[in-house]
Design a protein around this ligand. Structure first.
Ligand code: GDP
Length: 370
């Protein structure tokens, strides 16, 4: 009898212990491997007409699946340039702690190069600053830093930063740049801003290389209420843009935002393809009024090499500098302006729809040095 009771007790312990173990394990599994959330909305027929969204309730999904709530408030450079400011601040406190001497100039040079201003642009800036410092006999480091800020603002202040709208047929704004720089996200943000300004927007999913690109753009179309024209995967990007222009013309749309590929399926040269897209987009009734080169600020000087290739292929009218919020390489803005001579028109300061702002050189430089 006693043996029976002991056996029963042991069995009970094993059963209860096992159940606790299973529950614990399944808890842990849930924590470690959450069920995948769909990143993108499912494919929608072409074209998609969507109802205007409820702005207050809106959320945004980044490509990485992160969900960020759109606040309806434009971010400031001051708030978002923490990383770039951090990269400069150490140098500035050393410079400010002593009178201007040879070491000051070495520190300044290193600070600018570290911020990815680039060697040539740094030399140009420092040559100009030395001339000012000599003419004004500056030996107060704070005054020197103020003059440096003036130099940087002047360098960035050139060029027309307005986004062009012309009378007549649908304006086409093409977005070019390598994969991952933020073209699709930027189109979503621009669509919202232009629709808020009263324009009727048609998106053209011209990146036919990646199925995910069209899906992602469809998500933005749904969230912004813009119309979208998509083609087949691997199809001809030019015909997608052409169809979008036709659709805009037929429906009274005045702005086509054209996504383009950063890579191609075929061996056709990407730059050749872009030239063709531009030519086709410019056919009556369409008119290409902006070709915006999207550059990722976190890639620093590498972005400049890409930029040169794109500018040789298509006449780029402006740069969109994305991801400045996550970049310590804020100086790339100066390199772009002085090396390429193309105005930076827009800046991405985050992943939500509100995080795209016009480039303001004064705010930008003040934020870097504040
Ligand atoms: P595409 O391949 O050029 O179309 O690039 P995507 O639009 O898909 O963007 C690639 C990733 O960069 C996505 O995760 C975006 O959310 C992210 N991204 C785009 N612009 C910004 C920005 O200004 N700031 C930050 N932090 N992330 C951005």
């Amino acid at each position: 009898m006693e043996i029976l009771i002991v056996v029963l007790l042991v069995a009970l312990v094993v059963v209860v212990g096992g159940a606790v173990f299973v529950v614990r394990r399944s808890d842990r599994d849930t924590l470690e491997a959450p069920p995948p959330t769909p990143l993108l909305p499912s494919a929608a027929p072409t074209p998609v007409d969507t109802a205007p969204p409820d702005r207050e309730a809106e959320t945004e999904e980044g490509e990485g699946g992160g969900t960020a709530v759109a606040t309806g408030v434009r971010p400031s450079f001051r708030d978002r340039l923490g990383k770039a400011r951090g990269a400069l601040s150490g140098y500035l406190s050393v410079i400010r702690s002593r009178k201007v001497d040879a070491e000051t100039w070495d520190e300044l040079e290193e600070a600018l190069i570290r911020a990815d201003v680039g060697v040539a642009t740094t030399q140009q800036i420092l040559t100009d600053l030395r001339a000012v410092a000599e003419a004004e006999s500056i030996n107060d480091p704070d005054i020197l830093v103020e003059r440096l800020k003036d130099e940087l603002k002047a360098l960035l202040a050139t060029g027309d930063r307005t986004l062009r709208h012309e009378e007549g047929g649908p304006n086409v704004w093409l977005f070019v740049g390598v994969n991952g720089v933020g073209k699709t996200t930027t189109i979503g943000k621009v669509a919202r801003q232009q629709m808020d300004a009263g324009h009727t927007v048609v998106m053209a999913a011209g990146d036919t290389f990646r199925a995910a690109a069209a899906e992602q753009l469809t998500g933005w179309a749904e969230r912004t209420g813009a119309e979208i024209v998509r083609g087949n995967e691997g199809g001809d990007p030019s015909s997608v843009i052409f169809d979008a222009v036709q659709r805009a013309a037929a429906r009274g749309g005045d702005l086509v935002l054209g996504d383009t590929a950063g890579r191609l399926h075929t061996k056709t040269n990407l730059m050749e393809e872009l030239r063709k897209v531009r030519r086709v987009a410019d056919r009556d009734p369409g008119q290409v009024t902006e070709v915006l080169l999207v550059l990722d600020a976190t890639t620093g000087q590498n972005g400049l090499t890409q930029a040169q290739q794109f500018t040789e292929a298509v006449e780029v009218t402006g740069v969109v500098l994305t991801k400045l919020d996550g970049s310590a390489k804020g100086g790339i803005a100066l390199a772009i302006q002085s090396t390429l001579g193309i105005p930076i028109k827009l800046v991405g300061l985050g992943e939500t729809v509100d995080d795209l702002v016009p480039f303001d050189p004064v705010d930008f430089v003040d934020a870097l040095f504040s």
